[in-house]
Every structure is written in C-alpha cells, then in structure tokens.
Design a protein around this ligand. Structure first.
Ligand SMILES: Nc1ncnc2c1ncn2[C@@H]1O[C@H](COP(=O)(O)OP(=O)(O)OP(=O)(O)O)[C@@H](O)[C@H]1O
Ligand SMILES: [Mg+2]
Length: 253
C-alpha cells in the first residue's frame, strides 16, 4: 500500500504530505529529547498523549477565536494540520521563573513574575536556540514589527487560555513555548499558532504539591514521564482510549 510522502523528520514528530494541498499529517513519536538532543529516550505512550492533548488545547483555542493549524485528529498518533511557513522563532511565555530564565537571572524556580514575559529564541539547533532580542528579529527580517506585535498578542491569548484551563484542574502553568506559522489567504498573510501544545512544550506544576507534570520529569530524571502526562490527560478528561465519550474535566481543589 502506498504510504504518504514524509516531508520532515523531527525529534518528536514527523510531517507527511496531507490528503489535500495546504494540509499536512503530523505524526507524534514516542521519542523524547532534551538539552538539544544530547539526552534521548523512547517513552511508550508519549506520542499518543501529546497528540490528544495538543488536539484538546488547539480545539479550545479555536473555540475562543485564536487561529491555529489544527484541523482534525486522524488516529492515536496522527493529526491533520494546515501547512504553514514556520516563523523561525520559539515564542516563550513565562508566568513564573524556571529553567533557562532562572539560570540566566539567578531567580529561584517558581518565583511568580509581576506580569507574563514573552521572549523569543531563534530556532536553530546548531546554535542551541539562542535567545534573540526583538531588534534582531526585525533587522534580520524574520518578522516585521507588526508581525511581532501580532505574535505577542497571540502568545498572551494562548497564555490566558492555557493558564485558565490548567488552573481548573489544579495545575499551575509556569511557562510554555509555541511556534507561529504564516498562511496566505489571497493577498493576505495571517499568523496562526502551529506545531504543538503539550506537556513537552509547557511547564506544569501541581498547584498543591508542586509536583512536575511536564518534560522536566524526563530532563531531570524525576520519574515516569508517561505517568505525568497521563495525569494531565486524566484531569482534563481526555485520556486516550476514552476519547469518544471523554468525561468532563475534573475540578481539583
Ligand atoms: N503547521 C505546520 N506547517 C509546517 N511545519 C510545521 C507545522 N507545525 C509544526 N511544524 C514544524 O514541524 C516540525 C515538528 O517536528 P519536531 O517538533 O519533532 O521538530 P524538532 O526536531 O523539534 O525541530 P524544531 O527544532 O524545528 O522544532 C518542526 O520543525 C515544526 O516547526
Ligand atoms: Mg519541535
């Protein structure tokens, strides 16, 4: 049987040609990498969990009018997405200090920031995805000032949505990363949320216990990554296998 043409082989996902022009199939793998792929492992169930969680968050964003690439989930590992031209930036939103910010600034992990901070890294593995100022982005023509304003506004809307959804199930959204893509509609270019939103790209801490429920479990060898992601999916009522009639989210007090 003819298999779809693979367009891109990534660290966590593969992209295949979609059934119609302007579409792609995004395949979620079980591979986990950290520290610019220095640490690598295969984690049973991670791909399916991220596929379902990204579907859940992107659908929620669609409901509140935040444009994104998600069209529909095809099966446990694959989703149909709108093809776009990825802006070569990692757009990071931070509500609490953690990870590289804590290291760089000497601020203790978990310190609440006075307001959400949006920052940008240049997506380049060879350079280790370095932090870039807005000046660079505009001068090097990766995005215009208007694009950047739109990207920041999209990122803050995603932040409000994700913070609220997570708060509802007893989880604190520490920070997250999104990618933004360009799509053309006639002569008009639109910026949309692309890639994935999952515990691979967010920091999620249990509100009561501070337990980590994200990729730091893998980065820092804190236990089972599958268990952590399963817990997030369970709280949101989207555990794989139960997707057809998923129960309502459980409120955790
Ligand atoms: N809608 C989309 N259209 C085109 N490309 C996309 C879309 N959504 C995500 N991508 C790209 O697909 C790839 C997904 O694979 P994966 O996340 O595994 O990449 P990666 O190995 O982590 O590399 P990267 O550093 O580029 O993220 C990324 O390069 C991402 O930018
Ligand atoms: Mg990636």
């Amino acid at each position: 049987m003819a298999r779809r043409k693979k367009i891109y082989e990534g660290k966590a996902k593969d992209l295949f040609e979609g059934p119609e022009p302007g579409t792609l199939v995004q395949y979620f793998k079980d591979d986990a990498t950290a520290f610019n792929a220095e640490k690598h492992d295969t984690i049973d169930g991670k791909g399916a969990l991220n596929n379902i969680l990204s579907e859940y968050f992107m659908n929620g964003l669609t409901q509140i009018g935040v444009p994104n690439h998600f069209i529909k989930r095809l099966n446990m590992r694959e989703q149909l997405i709108r093809s776009c031209e990825i802006v070569p930036l990692e757009v990071i939103v931070r509500n609490y200090a953690a990870g590289s910010m804590s290291k760089r600034m000497g601020i203790e992990e978990g310190t609440q920031l006075p307001r959400p901070i949006v920052e940008f890294s240049y997506k380049d593995d060879a350079l280790g995805d370095p932090l870039v100022p807005e000046e660079y982005i505009i001068a090097l023509n990766w995005a215009s000032q208007q694009d950047l304003d739109d990207i920041i506004s999209l990122a803050l809307r995603v932040n409000d949505f994700m913070s609220g959804v997570m708060y509802g199930v007893g989880i604190k959204l520490i920070d997250f990363k999104i990618e933004i893509g360009r799509v053309w509609e006639g002569d008009f270019m639109r910026l949309i949320v692309a890639d994935e939103i999952s515990p691979d790209s967010c920091r999620l801490w249990d509100i009561k216990t501070g337990e980590k429920l994200d990729k730091d479990v893998f980065r820092r060898d804190l236990g089972s990554l599958t268990d952590a992601y399963t817990e997030v999916a369970r709280r949101l009522g989207v555990l794989p296998g139960n997707v057809a009639n998923a129960p309502k989210p459980t409120i955790v007090h």
